[in-house]
Design a protein around this ligand. Sequence first.
Ligand code: BG6
Length: 490
Amino acid sequence: MALIDFDLVLFGGSGDLSMRKLLPAMYARDVAKDLPPNARIICVGRNHSTTKEFIKIIEDNAKPHIKPATFTATLWESFCARIIYASIDATDATTYQPLIDALRQDSALTRVFYLATPPHLFSKICKNLSSHNLATSNSRVVLEKPLGRDLATAKQINAEVGQVFSESQIYRIDHYLGKETVQNLLALRFGNILFEPLWRREWISDVQITIAEKLGVGNRMGYYDTSGALRDMLQNHLLQLLCIVAMEPPVSIAPDAVRDAKLQVLRSLKKFTPTTLAQNVVRGQYRAGHVDGVAVPSYRDEQDAPKHSRTETFVALKAEIDTWRWAGVPFYLRTGKRVAESLAEIVVRFKAIPHSIFSQSISSFQPNCLVIRLQPDEGLRMNLMAKPPGDSMRLKPVELELDFRESFKTPRMDAYERLLLDVLRGQLTLFMRGDELEAAWEWIEPVLTNWEQEENEPIPYTSGSWGPAAASALIGRDGLQWREEALPED
Ligand code: BG6
């Protein structure tokens, strides 16, 4: 679908996200010829730079994040010609004139305000846009995470942004929903007849969702130490993945059909009580160790880290969904920084066969297992039992493997490319609705409150390990293990 001409305004235009992700994503879509010839990107920031000076800043900070194969000096020059820099203080409506001057007054254009700013600025910016009548009916607003820090702040953001933009104009971004494999999970579940009859408590024993990172906090300590893994990863990325795995078949791919189905999952999550929480939630914080053979410091010794920080860099928990489809099926979620591997995957384990007709014992049959890998390599793997060649009828596990890169040779899109295109097309399916956001916060709220009140500290774990032993014990109590496979060397 060809895009309508647009003005894309990036608040936080000189910030880290803009340089690492948003501008490179727009460049990639420009190279792919998705952008209308006159479309423009207006970067907003407080520095008193001219557009020419700002383009130099992009050269230094955004250009290194562009895929080298797509770079040519000519394409870069024509991309930069789309960029305008508007020096304003986003919190002060009296300084907005450069932005007003930069925006085109054509009602046929799409206008997108992308707020890549801390969330406490969202409502102020929206009010300021409204006071200058910049939030027109053809405008959209994109809200970057973190979308609040608890239920109350999320509600406040929803209410205040909602005074200026209608729900159908609000795009709450969770970049995990833009990843190819997440959409392929929708394709797998609802484009094939095979899985749906088995996709339920009668046939599935448990589900694991892991997002693991070798990286530490890096230079984001200012943000991260006030957030932690529960807010930074679990409340959004992991719960969104859980929703896509667990939701009922939506009637269509239309935004509200999908979002209603996801909301139902979030509202059906079993609430934690102080007792279940103590048993089913583990938090950890990394200590010094080795990742890929390189010595790395403890979280508390990272640059700008508070020496006694109690912020968690690892969470593992067991969730349950109280519905007919899922009652009694544990969903184990886990995320951590500075762990052994960088990977994101969903593992759906089916139940064991009920009886062995072969001479081998039933315990020698590995239950079927579907592994949906989001990164580093995107693909699906299904473990089956099969007979090896020869005269023995002793079955062994084998893997059916689908590598999306091999199967589809078309160029990949980064999650931000996909999601930015969706915003510009007005396609809301892969964005969270306000009630979804609130339901996700509501579910983790008892954990947040408990951790704030508790004297206990996060459990230390060695960098380069798979997190605290308590995370293995959490799943081990149910007679299970996390799937922890070493990835091939890069
Ligand atoms: C971000 C978190 O939302 O997701 C980061 O704020 C995290 O802490 C990142 O590193 C992980 O995203 P990806 O796409 O690299 O897995």
